[in-house]
Design a protein around this ligand. Structure first.
Ligand code: EPU
Length: 334
């Protein structure tokens, strides 16, 4: 394992911001991570753990050690009608989806083309087109960055919710994800509950491979490819608000789309709120709001993290003022 100095993180963040890390290392195994942590403690340096960099907005150079987790182990176990897959934290999420669906191991097809690595998937409980990671997750192997102990958290212990897990709370913030265990099925029975997917499949029975292809098409038509236009996917979570407040809002905005969430709460599409407020396609210098999906902030080339943070702030203030709704940011601002 080699620790380098003054390394550009341009290829390690999906916005493509050219900031640098004081020290950087890529760890391919648990032992290499442990070695990196020993080095970091010995030199008394701050630590930043990075996966695919698709959920971090860098606003400045990073002091201390950036630890890139690159464990790329992938193993499959067949157990009767169950297929259990273990993916190291550094396995590319989309490659995992593609490889499993194409080999007759079904369950992740709705989650095609989500950027980032397997290790980041449980942190925000990635979800799209009617499925969330937690639907197929068995457990997560983690290392505690202070005690150095490894442990396995089962699904319940991960405390998953919409774009939420224990890893986003103080109780889980010190864990480094080493790998995830998921269950898949040899039976080709995809979940087609998301309206846009239902419409696209025209209500006919479909295979997981067709869902995979359709999800790829839909994402490619709306979401910018980070390799072409820097972005971090959805920049805000869809807000969950009391249904009573929805009734009030609907008086002013009768066409406001609303999704059920719980008995008393509803989920609103942040993209609609931002779009309706006139931000879609907005551009300030080299940063802006994507012109095909208002939830995605983009770097047109020469932008930086501070400009993205300022734009996000302006959108949050405007949405708050118009609808009295607080939009929560999804990516971590560093
Ligand atoms: N809409 C607009 N304007 C837009 C885009 C969407 O008004 O510019 C409206 C649509 O008409 C629709 C509603 O907003 O009524 C929902 O739109 P969409 O189906 O595109 O989904 P979303 O709620 O905007 C969420 C996830 C996406 C995921 C899609 C599909 C969050 C924060 N985002 O977006 O996740 O791909 O559903 O399931 O939950 C991501 O996390 O990076 C991501 C892309």
């Amino acid at each position: 394992m080699h620790i380098s100095e003054n390394v550009s993180l341009r290829d390690h963040n999906s916005f493509g911001f050219d900031i640098s890390a004081e020290h950087f290392c890529s760890a391919k195994s648990l032992e290499e991570i442990q070695e990196a942590l020993q080095w970091q403690k010995k030199h008394n340096k701050p630590l930043l753990v990075l996966g695919g960099g698709s959920n971090t907005v860098f606003t400045r150079n990073v002091d201390g050690l950036v630890l890139h987790v690159a464990i790329d182990q992938l193993t499959t176990e067949h157990n009767g009608n169950n297929i259990n897959v273990y993916a190291g934290a550094g396995v590319s999420w989309h490659q995992l989806v593609k490889q499993t669906v194409f080999s007759g191991q079904y369950g992740l097809e709705n989650l095609a083309l989500i950027p980032g690595n397997a290790g980041a998937a449980p942190i925000q409980n990635i979800g799209a087109y009617g499925k969330e990671l937690c639907d197929n997750l068995i457990s997560v192997d983690v290392l505690h960055r202070e005690t150095g102990e490894t442990t396995t958290l089962n699904r319940k212990e991960c405390d998953f919710d919409y774009r939420h897990s224990i890893f986003k709370t103080p109780a889980g913030a010190d864990f480094i994800v080493l790998g995830i265990r998921i269950h898949l099925s040899p039976q080709d029975k995809p979940v087609i509950t998301y309206q846009a997917l239902k419409d696209a499949m025209q209500n006919r029975p479909s295979t997981a491979r067709e869902v995979f292809d359709q999800v790829c098409l839909m994402r490619q038509s709306k979401l910018p490819d980070p390799k072409v236009i820097g972005n971090a996917g959805s920049f805000f979570k869809n807000p969950v608000i009391p249904c009573q407040q929805v009734d009030t809002l609907r008086k002013e905005y009768p066409d406001l789309p609303v999704f059920p969430y719980s008995n008393t709460e509803c989920k609103l599409p942040a993209a609609w709120l931002i779009d309706r407020a006139g931000w879609k396609g907005h551009r300030t210098g080299d940063v802006g709001v994507h012109n095909k999906q208002a939830l995605v902030l983009v770097n047109h080339g020469g932008g930086n993290g501070q400009q993205i943070a300022i734009l996000a702030d302006e959108i949050q203030k405007d949405v708050k003022q118009r609808y009295r709704i607080h939009l929560e940011r999804e990516p971590t601002i560093y």
